[in-house]
Design a protein around this ligand. Structure first.
Ligand SMILES: [Zn+2]
Length: 1106
């Protein structure tokens, strides 16, 4: 083998095009399902010609020779013979067939020895010159022009002097601030947003029906084209000189350099933000010339404004005159003078939303997650894949400890990208596989240093020198760069994929395509609610939308079906059968799969048999009286089926109740609200048996991922049932008190998205770091059998893993710090791949540099996950106190080391962390850490697990919901109305608002809203006629209705789950539920208001400093 550019034997390189020609891009081609907001996903499937396709005559035999001891039953069209009574007679233990394979005996012990894979010979792709690519036209407008001009932000430079003494006063004040006289002491609301029970809603009977469920998916519009439609690799011009100027000198030059490019203009650490929150980016009126506008990163910073401070007792509240008389306490802290999340978000959007974020510079802080921006990969992974708590990390462990700023990265390895961005190129080095460092096994990346004329390279992670394999050799140019630098993704991009060789496969065998198994609870509740029929109807069309590789005509994924209550029913849907066959397994103690041939099938081949089965299932169980269910045996059955088929896959389990039937994994109702606020509260979050942990381990070994859809009418122990989904990288969805009319649309949207989304199987992730730091802790939905490898049976595009780093040596400012995240996984077509993300960070010897380059949203993501894990082992109060203490230390360290001397009465926050107090308070008063009386144990366990896999954008809106005044929306533009702060005092009785947090959308209607608006939005003539049982907004032909529905659709499209829509009328009892999400206010469960909490933090900081 010689140098690169030789002919390729592997998967072909595509059509030549500018940029990385022909690097195969694993795009999921295809179309969207109607009704599934797809804003953030590329659709996956191609048009499917409906359901009428002729069935191929030949059956599909996935594998043979599986022992059977079940009893085959033909599913005749005469379903009466399969009425539950009859089924009952089949429950007797099967008598025929060989014994099942010893269950649990054969887990492939092949936890992948990741680090042992060797590198070898390498082939390479055809280089081509890179061409610049035009920026796509305007990014979506998102809170545009109409900035929320909060009244006189010029109240800058105030301080938060009046601490504890005024707290009570403020509390009283806040409590008195209600809009329509709804006393803050009103009875607590019943039910919570994500698990609202019937008690919290008026009965929905008689409520208007939601719009009819959309029919089967239509072959559609947005077929993601072949690679040619992809934006080409962007080889942008060199970073603008202004950018270079922002990183003065080779290493960061200490304290007095200009600020980092991507940050709010903050010239020099000595410029504290003592109270001047908001309006920092734009040309603030008061700043005069101090700030030269500095709208975009890249602009040179201006001289610092003179620090201004005011005496605590002389805070003029600029709004005072505008407040009603009863709201004018003497030393009131002006809410407009404390840092406003809305302002920070708005400023970042204005300053950073217009330019693409180019990743060529080390340690750049990306725009906020709330800003719409494009990313150009020039050597570092996009922030859509990795975000860090700080992009400039302390050189020493002592510094890190002193600051208490956690060093963590939030990684979303398979994140979906907007259509304008390029999905990672797939690099195929043929049989030799990727080039790696001999010692630490890091993968070839842009930071490897080629030396000795290109014959060797020095590892950027461990410094070991490795021989370049002969076929990978290339000459260096005069700067020491390989001449093929721009032709190889692994040399010039932050993110790319390698096609894995057989060495990276389990048992040294290339994997089979994965399988999806649908497992439907057919007990009394599931049948009676209409759920079973709904699922079966939906699957008939949804199965045509299974994920497939971009260039494949049909999905490679096979499907299987199981129904269950106390026993399990397996179905043979082999294409050669005239009718499906059922096999009942009643021996749930030792689960086995009674058939293999005909259980997992190709959808197209078995189309008519599957359709027949899905028609018959609801009929077969229509009269069931069985109320008890099993659960663990269901998972075991799916696991055994995947084992027998020797493939990875996903189980979709639709389950309704606490599994109390006699079976392994049987549970008892152990819910006990009396444990709240006791030392035993943690047991509510812990599984009640270790059985499921062991099962999860077996599932992970097989690549069996579990997605769980729950439909409980009462406690069903999410903490225990969630163990397997959680540890296998799966998802949990919960629809409490499921009612067909109000919940089907949401459930079906979730199901469609869940089935279609990009997912990798049998995944192992490792994060390598350069010498000096290492990954020490991991948060997310996964399993770990050792201290370094994160294993996930499945990993989808929404799942995030948060990784914490600690020092194990000194870092240097010169070399910075590097992360490389390598994810080995099996694609939906069964291809084994490695996805690599690289990120380079700066290192500092001055604390000010650390504080200048932090990202609070990411910090909150980490802190929430850390705290939510803490409740498993510590009393909730301990966890809360630890959080407060850590944040106080972070801020005190800044005050002590980075701020210039000032009176102790001043609260001085770092610019990048000025929202830390308000966001932290939201975490502290969240349902997991401080539940209100209406929050159920299952709700808490559910949210705890959800948050653990959230990315930064999701935690941001989850903890600080987005509140939009709908009546301020411009019906003639595509934009959203400017958001407002989450406080009741911001609401006006004459307006309608929308609040979303990623799980719910509330539409709040003030009592004084004009009749015309009510008519236009709800189609009724008065406030009193608005039904709060609506689960969707009526479709009315007027601009306001269209605008609001467009906003709702847009928001739904931005979230990974379909949000529940809840209509709230002011002064209605549901309003208490809504107020729970006005997170700047004091909460009913005792959570502090923002103002109170800020005072409290100030006190804590002062104590630490004194
Ligand atoms: Zn190395």
């Amino acid at each position: 083998m010689s140098v690169n550019q030789q002919a390729h034997t592997g998967p072909p390189y595509g059509q030549p095009q500018p940029g990385y020609q022909g690097y195969q891009q694993p795009a999921y081609g295809g179309q969207s399902l109607p009704g599934v907001p797809q804003a953030q996903y590329g659709a996956y499937n191609g048009p499917v010609p409906g359901y009428q396709q002729p069935v191929p005559p030949q059956g599909y035999f996935p594998s043979l020779g599986f022992p059977s001891k079940g009893s085959p039953v033909s599913l005749n069209s005469d379903t009466s013979s399969l009425a539950p009574n009859f089924i009952g007679s089949l429950r007797a233990p099967p008598t025929s067939g060989a014994p099942p394979p010893a269950s649990g005996a054969s887990h492939p012990s092949g936890h992948l020895a990741y680090s042992q894979f060797d590198h070898g010979d390498v082939q390479n792709g055809i280089p081509a010159s890179a061409a610049p690519v035009q920026r796509p036209p305007a990014s979506q407008p998102f809170l545009p022009g109409s900035a929320p001009t909060p009244v006189s932000q010029i109240s800058t430079f105030q301080q938060y002097g009046p601490p504890p003494a005024s707290v009570q006063q403020l509390r009283n004040h806040m409590a008195g601030m209600t809009i329509g006289g709804t006393a803050a002491s009103a009875p607590p609301p019943a039910g919570l947003g994500y698990g609202v029970g019937p008690s919290s809603y008026p009965p929905t009977t008689g409520a208007p029906r939601p719009p009819a469920m959309p029919g089967p998916p239509l072959p559609g519009q947005t077929v993601a084209g072949p690679p040619s439609s992809q934006p080409n690799h962007i080889s942008s011009p060199p970073p603008p000189s202004t950018m270079a100027g922002l990183h003065p000198g080779p290493p960061m030059s200490g304290l007095h350099g200009p600020p980092p490019p991507t940050h709010p203009p903050q010239p020099g650490y000595q410029m504290q933000q003592n109270g001047s929150f908001g309006q920092m980016r734009g040309p603030p009126p008061n700043y005069g010339g101090a700030y030269p506008g500095a709208p975009n990163y890249g602009s040179p910073p201006g001289p610092p404004p003179p620090p201004k401070r005011l005496d605590p007792d002389s805070i003029p509240s600029p709004q005072l005159n505008e407040l009603p008389p009863q709201q004018k306490p003497r030393h009131r802290i002006d809410p407009d003078a404390i840092p406003s999340p809305i302002q920070v978000i708005e400023d970042d959007r204005n300053n950073r939303g217009s330019e693409p974020f180019v990743t060529g510079v080390r340690g750049q802080v990306p725009p906020l997650v709330t800003t719409n921006f494009l990313v150009k990969d020039q050597g570092n992974a996009s922030p859509r894949y990795i975000r860090c708590t700080s992009y400039n990390i302390p050189c020493t462990s002592d510094m890190a400890k002193q600051s208490q700023v956690p060093l963590a990265a939030v990684i979303k390895p398979l994140a979906a990208l907007p259509p304008e961005e390029t999905v990672p190129y797939l690099v195929d080095h043929g049989e030799s596989g990727p080039v790696r460092c001999n010692r630490c096994k890091a993968y070839m990346c842009p930071f490897m240093q080629f030396i000795e004329g290109g014959r060797r390279f020095q590892c950027c992670f461990c410094s070991c020198v490795t021989e370049v394999p002969p076929h990978y050799f290339q000459h260096l140019d005069h700067t020491g760069k390989r001449v093929d630098f721009y032709d190889r993704p692994e040399l010039s991009l932050g993110s790319y994929e390698f096609l894995a060789t057989v060495d990276y496969c389990k048992n040294n065998k290339f994997p089979s395509p994965p399988a999806f198994i649908f497992m439907i609870d057919v007990s009394y509740n599931a049948v009676k609610s209409g759920l079973v029929r709904l699922i079966c109807e939906e699957l008939k069309s949804l199965l045509d939308y299974l994920p497939r590789e971009g260039n494949m005509e049909e999905s490679a994924i096979r499907v299987g079906f199981v129904t269950y209550n106390k026993v399990l029913h397996f179905y043979n849907v082999k294409s050669s059968l005239a009718q499906p066959q059922m096999m009942v397994v009643s021996d749930v103690a030792d689960m086995f799969v009674p058939l293999l041939d005909g259980f997992l099938v190709n959808v197209n081949e078995s189309r008519t048999v599957i359709a027949s089965l899905l028609d018959q299932i609801p009929e077969m169980f229509a009269d069931t009286r069985e109320t008890e269910t099993v659960f663990a045996p269901v998972i075991q059955a799916g696991l055994e089926a995947l084992k027998a088929a020797e493939c990875a896959g996903k189980l979709f389990i639709f389950h309704t109740s606490l599994p109390i039937a006699e079976a392994p994994g049987k549970l008892k109702n152990r819910d006990d609200r009396k444990l709240i606020n006791t030392d035993k509260e943690k047991t509510l979050f812990q599984p009640q048996t270790s059985f499921y942990n062991n099962l999860a381990k077996d599932c992970v070994a097989q690549g069996c991922c579990v997605d769980l859809f729950l439909f409980p009418n009462q406690y069903l122990d999410v903490a225990t049932l969630g163990v397997v989904p959680y540890q296998t990288g799966g998802s949990i969805y919960k629809y409490a008190y499921f009612q067909l009319e109000t919940d089907q649309y949401r459930f079906l949207n979730d199901l469609r998205r869940d089935v279609q989304k990009e997912v990798g199987f049998d995944a192992v992730m490792r994060v390598r770091t350069s010498t000096g730091i290492r990954a020490t802790d991991f948060f997310g939905a996964f399993y770990m059998s050792n201290t370094t490898d994160v294993e996930m049976a499945g990993l989808d595009c929404d799942k995030t893993i948060t990784v914490e780093f600690k020092h194990d040596d000194k870092l240097s400012e010169d070399s910075g710090a590097l992360l490389q995240c390598a994810l080995l996984y099996t694609s939906c077509a069964g291809q084994r791949r490695l996805r690599i993300h690289n990120l380079s960070l700066n290192c500092c010897t001055q604390l000010a540099d650390l504080y200048r380059n932090c990202e609070t949203d990411t910090l909150i993501n980490y802190l929430a996950k850390y705290a939510y894990r803490g409740v498993l082992s510590s009393p909730v109060k301990t966890v809360r106190d630890a959080l407060i203490n850590q944040c106080a230390q972070i801020l005190a360290c800044y005050r002590k080391n980075c701020a210039s001397p000032s009176s102790a009465g001043q609260l001085i926050l770092p610019e990048c962390m000025k929202l830390l107090p308000v966001y932290l308070n939201c975490v502290l008063k969240s349902d997991v850490l401080q539940p209100g009386p209406e929050v159920t144990t299952d709700d808490r366990a559910y949210v705890r697990q959800l948050v653990t896999s959230m990315d930064v954008a999701e935690t941001n809106v989850f903890f600080y919901p987005r509140l939009l005044p709908l009546t301020k929306a411009d019906v003639d533009s595509d934009s959203l109305p400017a958001a407002i702060r989450n406080s009741e005092e911001r609401l006006s009785k004459g307006d309608i608002y929308l609040l979303e947090n990623g799980l719910n959308i509330f539409v709040w209607v003030g009592v004084n809203v004009q009749q015309g608006l009510i008519q236009n939005l709800f189609g009724v003539s008065s406030f009193s006629q608005i039904s709060n049982a609506l689960s969707t907004l009526p479709v009315l032909e007027n601009p306001f209705s269209k605008k609001v529905r467009a906003i709702v659709d847009m928001l739904q499209g931005q979230r990974s789950r379909y949000m529940k829509l809840i209509i709230v009328k002011q002064e209605d009892k549901l309003e208490m539920l809504f107020k729970h999400f006005l997170v700047e206010d004091k909460s009913l469960s005792g959570g502090a208001s923002y103002v109170d909490f800020l005072c409290h933090m100030h006190k804590e900081i002062r104590q630490l400093l004194s």
